[in-house]
Design a protein around this ligand. Structure first.
Ligand code: ACO
Length: 328
């Protein structure tokens, strides 16, 4: 049986910075409130004419280059996004694969909000282990600024834009294999985090809506509590099931939503600060892009080395959540 290995990483962040002070001129908030409640100091915002696929292409190009794999050998592209170029079709993955010149590969998007990267990692692993695919390019890309209501202080302070990508490839080496991935969802919490308009569930005519109707809405405080409870249990379970101790984890790379959620889960695992990867201060919450962007950060700082063990965890709209044990 082939194993699935995490072969390479890449990311892209737009140049424009939106700081907490900038936001305090737009809504009733302060740098102090945002920093204390979330840990976010600034986030990146894509240019008006820059799409989710444009950012995905930049991240993917880097991941392909670093993987050493020829483009012709890529046989599947999966994109995790809640801010696709087009809401119904075509998928952002097909646009990315076309811009990259990948030919007639299998390409599709998935919708699992902030857990998107863990979901596409699990899909890539399953396709590779079944022998159906050999090199799967997975991309988390978001232009959340396009679906953020900049008059709602409860959400606009949280989100930013960016993209991350990874190459997942078949290997015979067991020590390189992605060890385990958990994915889960509970639709009873669907109303905690949603874009209520723009689809067939909308109370409005979905084809006749004003711009901005796809804005995100969130019951932040309730989401926070479910996130801490669910993630803590999930990461403890995945370590226990795989007989791995907290001290064996080189890098804990959580979804970057809020430093207080990250700290609560890190503390539950008794992790040291140097094991916890935290990029929320400079990028905010970039949903499906946040984990690969964070992995890319430690890679480019020279902190991620061959043989390191990463523990990923994520939580988002759906509600969805997941975790993964990934050797590099
Ligand atoms: N500035 C100042 N005050 C604010 C702001 C703001 N930006 N936003 C809210 N407040 C006020 C509220 O109105 C409230 O005032 P009140 O007490 O007078 O009613 C008070 O601050 C407390 O509000 P809470 O919502 O209880 O604040 P909380 O401490 O929960 O922090 C936050 C809010 C940061 C949104 C937090 O709940 C959070 O991070 N939630 C989880 C987000 C998350 O993980 N989402 C999942 C992933 S996202 C995805 O899938 C796309």
């Amino acid at each position: 049986m082939a194993y699935a290995a995490f072969r390479s990483i890449g990311a892209y962040v737009p140049a424009d910075i939106l700081s907490n002070d900038d936001l305090s001129k737009m809504v009733d908030t302060t740098d102090e409130w945002i920093t204390k409640r979330t840990g976010i100091k600034e986030r990146r915002i894509a240019a008006k004419d820059q799409t989710t696929s444009d950012m995905g292409v930049e991240a993917a190009s880097l991941a392909i280059k670093r993987s050493g794999i020829d483009k012709e050998d890529i046989d599947m592209v999966i994109c995790a996004t809640i801010s696709p170029d087009y809401f119904c079709m075509p998928s952002t993955a097909t646009i990315i694969s076309n811009k990259l010149g990948l030919g007639n590969v299998t390409a599709f998007d998935i919708s699992a909000a902030c857990t998107g990267f863990v979901y596409i990692l699990s899909i890539a692993k399953a396709f590779i282990e079944s022998g159906m695919k050999k090199n799967v390019l997975i991309i988390g890309a978001e232009k959340l600024s396009a679906i953020t209501d900049y008059s709602d202080r409860g959400t606009c302070i949280l989100f930013g834009d960016g993209a991350g990508a990874a190459m997942i490839s078949a290997t015979d080496e067991r020590r390189e294999a992605i060890i385990d991935i958990h994915t889960a969802a509970d639709g009873t919490y669907a109303d905690l985090l949603m874009t209520p308009n723009g689809g067939s569930g909308s109370i409005h005519d979905s084809l006749d809506q004003e711009a901005g109707s796809c804005f995100m809405q969130m019951k932040g405080n309730e989401t926070f509590k479910v996130a801490v409870r669910t993630l803590t249990k999930d990461v403890i379970d995945i370590l226990k099931e795989n007989k791995i101790q907290s001290e064996d984890i080189t890098h804990f790379v959580p979804h970057q939503a809020n430093y207080r959620i990250i700290k609560a889960v890190g503390d539950a695992l008794k992790l040291k600060d140097e094991q916890v990867v935290m990029t929320v201060a400079k990028y905010g919450n970039t949903s499906g892009a946040s984990i690969p962007m964070a992995i890319n950060d430690i890679y480019e700082q020279g902190k991620l080395k061959g043989g390191d063990l990463m523990l990923l965890d994520a939580f988002g709209g759906g509600l969805t959540w997941g975790s993964a044990l990934v050797p590099f």
